[in-house]
Structure formats: C-alpha cells, structure tokens
Ligand binder design. Sequence first.
Ligand code: PLP
Length: 409
Amino acid sequence: MKGNVENNAMRDLNNVPDNNGFFGEFGGQAVPEDLKKIMDEIAEAYKNICKSEDFINELQSLAKYYVGRPSPIYFAQRLTEKCGGAKIFIKREDLNHTGAHKINHSIGEALLAKYMNKTKVIAETGAGQHGVAMATACALVGLDCEIHMGEVDVIKEHPNVTKMKILGANVITVTSGTKTLKDAVDSAFVEYLKDPQNYFYAIGSVVGPHPFPMMVRDFQSVIGREAKEQFAEMNNGALPDYVVACVGGGSNAIGMFSGFMNDLGVKLIGVEPAGHGLDTDHHAATMTKGTKGEIHGFKCYVLQDEQGEPLPVHSIASGLDYPGVGPQHCLLKDIKRAEYVSATDKECLDAFITLSRTEGIIPALESSHAIAYTMKLAKTLPKEATILVNLSGRGDKDADYVAKKLNLI
Ligand SMILES: *Cc1c(COP(=O)(O)O)cnc(C)c1O
C-alpha cells in the first residue's frame, strides 16, 4: 500500500504544469498583460490541436519517415570497458535528420503554427542550431521563417547562416547591444509583436513563458518514451539505474527524463556546463550556482547579479550557454527527483575525444558534458549497474574547433 501512496504522489509529477503554467513555484507567465493574452491563446489552441487525430498522425508520420525515428539505443561496449564499471547505453539523438534532438520540437512547433493558420514563424538563435532546425521544419511544412541572430554570432557561426539561407529562411542580423543571443531575442520579439495573430514565435528549449516549457517538453518526450521501451527490450524488461543528459535550457534532458519520471528507482541526472570551474566567473551552471529569479518571461533558477540582471555565462558548448533553465528542472531539483551536476570544459573535451576513439561516434560538445559525467559515474559503479545517456547531437559542427584546440590539425 505504501508503494501506491508514493506512486500517487509521484504521478502528480507528470501532471505539471498547472493551468497557469506553474511547475511548483517555477514557470508561469512573467510578461505584460497583452502578451499574456497572446500566450493564453496559444496554450488554448495547443490544448485542442495536440489532441486532434490529424495533428498526432502527421507528427508521428514525420517523426518516422522524415526524422528517422525511433533513434536507436546502442550499448557502448568499448567505452564501458575503458571506464571499467557500469554498462553504458547511448540514446542516439545524433542520428536524427539535422543531427540533434532540436528537430523534434522544431517540427512540433512548425506543425502547430500551420494548424493555427499562422503565416510566418519567427525565432532567435545563438549558435545557429535552433535556427537551422526551425528553418528545416518551416521548409518541410511550407511556412515563411525569419531567424534573428546577433552580428557576432552571424560571423562566428557562418556555416549555420549559410544553411538557414539555403533552406529559405530570412536571416536578420541584429546589431544592437552586445550583438549576441540576448539582443537577438529582443529583436525577434519586437518583430513578433507587430502581428502576433499571424506570426508564431518558436522558442528553442523548455524555457520562456507558458505554454512553451510544456509544449517543447511534450514534443521532446518522444525521446524518453522510445528509450524506456528500447532499454527494456535490450535488458530483459529492466529499467536503467541512471539516466543522464546535458542541460542548457533543458529540452533534451526533460524529454529523456519524462519517460522515467514515475520510475522512482531510476536516478535522473542533469549535467550542466562548469566551464573553467564552478569557483570562477566562467561557467553556466544555473542549477548549481543560480538563485531564484525571472528571465525571458518565466521564473526559474538564474545566474544573476544583485539587481536581478542575468550574468554573462560561459561554456565551451554554445548550446549550453544560458543563464536560466527550464522551470520543470527547477522543480525536479527542489523535490529531489533529479540531481544536477556539472562537467568542465576540459572534462568535456576529454569525453569528446574518448567517445570518438572508443566508439567511432563524434559527439556534440553539448552532449559531451553528459558523456563526461557518465564516464566518471560509471567508474564508481559495479559491473551490473546500467547508465543510459542521451547523446543529444553529433559533433560535426565542433570538429574543427576541437581539432585546433587539441593541436590535431
Ligand atoms: C541546443 C543543444 C543542446 C542544449 O539544449 P537543451 O534545451 O538543454 O537540450 C544540447 N545538445 C545539442 C546537440 C544542442 O544542439
């Protein structure tokens, strides 16, 4: 009976957010009244559309025939042997079309925009990964796409700018402020607010005002659903002991975690970027070092100064470089359902090379954080233990940078 009580208590966990978009005290809509009205309309439309058979069928069909889902789980035998402890299993989101998990929510959002009869999708992008995924999804469903990107990033991440343009997106170079992600968000929002009835703002992670953390989570939950079934199939019906994923905004991690949320024996671990070290000013370990605050229209842990202004953050992986974090992760930390740890730039580089050379898989620098912690954890565990790690994306985009950094070329 005790088990039942606990199960019932935990069942509420998959029942978040509440109608106002709160995950416990986190999330919500910290936005002006007129924007709140627009967000509520999107939430209402999503509630209906996500239950419609046409939408579900189209999304599932694209996931299978276009993205190439299900992505496999792979037993990493040589990496396991090298670490000398727990068995390591890898969920291969890097094998998706466009090479990362971001395509999962990008297609979901683009399809939702189409079902809502929107004419244009607007998004911001930092390193360009979300921009490319959105431009891909818009080309696929036939919607205009406008991507706002800071001038500094446009220069730094030029291959992604080229891809977006080939895919037909209108790339707006933002020259205000520091000419990076934060200014791109501001610029994209100004454009969005010109005609929110006809435009759709596509957020790139489980962040922003309600309903975005919920919608993006739902679109990413396919990772966890597949992984649970695949892992059981490979392991006589068993569940993994640990599930590990990297956390920037938190979308690939929450997608993976959601499959195991009610399986209390499965330990959920999110890995944040510790950059040059947690005791320096150069990291982006929001869960570990942040305090409660508001950023981009929602409440979460934030790396902020005394005035509540977001602090500059650093990670070798630009996709993890964010001073806020998804509200559901904040709740999972506070109720101790998940644990949040970190890996430094150096550990990440080591994992990048180790996975490449033991398994022939070049991981994204973001995903390398999850691999780095997995390697450390595996060594401390007995051989019967199992770790399932989400490989959120492939490392082609990082290959030159890493090779130069390590003097390989
Ligand atoms: C963007 C990105 C991330 C970080 O985003 P989350 O929302 O935290 O998942 C992680 N891995 C890859 C490959 C990315 O492109």
